[in-house]
Design a protein. Sequence first.
Length: 122
Amino acid sequence: MASSKDHWEQARGNEGFYEEIGADQSRTPDWAITVLFYAALHYAKAAFVHQGVTPGNHTELKATMRQRFRSIAPVYESLEDASRRARYDCERPQRDDLQRAKQHLSDISGEIAKAVSPTAYV
């Protein structure tokens, strides 16, 4: 099973990849928003592993977010929904959508950093 540090590093790597593919000016905005969602997912998993909780699927993860991180659960779900629409409904996020998604990710990582203390991973 992956450690909290492993998930944190995966999330950071996903954020780096978002920048590599052009960030909010990406020529593949569907992938850009998906990468941001998966970064959020790994930040959440970092917190849950740190807390000794292991949600098994997306539904359980969202429920755990609502229980443990009420303030950011809505933005997490917004990112998941945007990613799902891009992947399955062929919606192409616009630049402002990607900027908003990146802000959501910053909100998520900032709140989760309070629970995880990622400075221990540096």
